[in-house]
Ligand binder design. Structure first.
Ligand SMILES: NC(=O)c1ccc[n+]([C@@H]2O[C@H](COP(=O)([O-])OP(=O)(O)OC[C@H]3O[C@@H](n4cnc5c(N)ncnc54)[C@H](OP(=O)(O)O)[C@@H]3O)[C@@H](O)[C@H]2O)c1
Length: 292
């Protein structure tokens, strides 16, 4: 059967853990997925349950404008990943990254930026990626708006995928959890649950959560706060896990702190607010990890 001519061809920038998972679901939904790096790519996705490992062959991207793009590189590499890409003026972008604002200034004015928040987890290294947890995923625009035409087809093949209109509250909740748990577990080299057990760490976590609530409440008076409790719930649910920032710091890699706590600090600057706990923890992480 000839595919319909308006079938989106998804270009993948960042064919790592999350990018491979997204490619797997997009392909299951019948969408072609192409890559520029590595190009072409053969990936293996393995599963925690009884599903057999899947091999994914991702062909090299053809020349010509990109109309559908998945960005799934780590945030410090966003500019490099997008630098040479021939983006169409109305490109649709799925931003599958933690933190906020990592694509600011990098997309054409007419781009449709769709943010992705996920509680799924994938680990591994090219070419083998392991789906550790297949949970909830939300897609949506920060200011809301209806799902694009391709969304229902994708949602039928992406377990736990929902459209969120708007997605901002979910992004902010995830951001706060990352802004508290990631730098503390990275600096102290501990699993997430330690934040609940160690009184000093708990006190630092509470200060970070409270400052985040102050800022987000200033940005949006409708922000309901409660970040201390929410962060504690995430730390409890992921007690044995190693956060991505701890993993990055353990292997001497650049961290995503600039898109996480750095985003909070930039917003605070705009509003003339000081967030000393975030300021201090950003400086401490940067001292212990390579500069972006
Ligand atoms: N993994 C998870 O469970 C998870 C969960 C939620 C959110 N996230 C978020 O998802 C994003 C991606 O994380 P990840 O775990 O998938 O990272 P990852 O496994 O390290 O994958 C990132 C990929 O980006 C590629 N890349 C780096 N620079 C590039 C460039 N200039 N052009 C094209 N590709 C480039 C890397 O290639 P090389 O290896 O060749 O450098 C790598 O394949 C992060 O923002 C992370 O916070 C991840």
């Amino acid at each position: 059967m000839t595919p319909p001519s308006d079938l989106p061809v998804w270009h993948l920038a960042g064919a790592g853990n999350m990018g491979t998972l997204a490619a797997f679901y997009l392909r299951a939904a019948g969408f072609p997925v192409v890559v520029r790096r590595p190009s072409p790519a053969r990936k293996t996705l393995t599963f925690e349950d009884r599903r057999a490992p899947r091999t994914l062959d991702l062909p090299a991207a053809p020349a010509g404008p990109i109309r559908h793009l998945v960005v799934a590189c780590k945030t410090p590499y966003s500019a490099a990943a997008l630098a040479e890409l021939p983006l169409a003026p109305d490109v649709t972008v799925l931003r599958l990254q933690n933190g906020l604002g990592s694509l600011d200034g990098l997309l054409p004015a007419g781009a449709d930026l769709i943010e992705v928040v996920t509680t799924s987890a994938v680990k591994g290294r090219h070419p083998t990626h392991h789906l550790v947890a297949e949970n909830q995923t939300w897609m949506g625009r920060a200011r809301g708006g209806p799902a694009p035409a391709w969304f229902d087809t994708l949602a039928a093949h992406w377990p736990g995928l929902e459209w969120a209109a708007p997605i901002r509250e979910r992004q902010w909740r995830k951001l706060v959890a990352n802004a508290v748990i990631n730098p503390l577990t990275g600096l102290y080299d501990v699993p997430n649950g330690r934040l609940l057990e160690d009184p000093d760490l708990r006190a630092r976590a509470d200060r970070l959560a409270d400052e985040a609530d102050t800022l987000l409440g200033a940005l949006d008076p409708a922000w309901s706060g409660g970040s201390r409790q929410q962060v504690a719930a995430v730390a409890r649910a992921t007690a044995g896990n190693t956060s991505s920032m701890r993993a990055d710091m353990q292997r001497g890699a650049v961290t995503e702190i600039d898109a996480i706590n750095g985003w909070l600090l930039r917003q605070a600057d705009r509003l003339g607010l000081d967030l000393p706990a975030h300021r201090e923890i950003v400086a401490a992480v940067l001292e212990h990890s390579p500069a972006p």
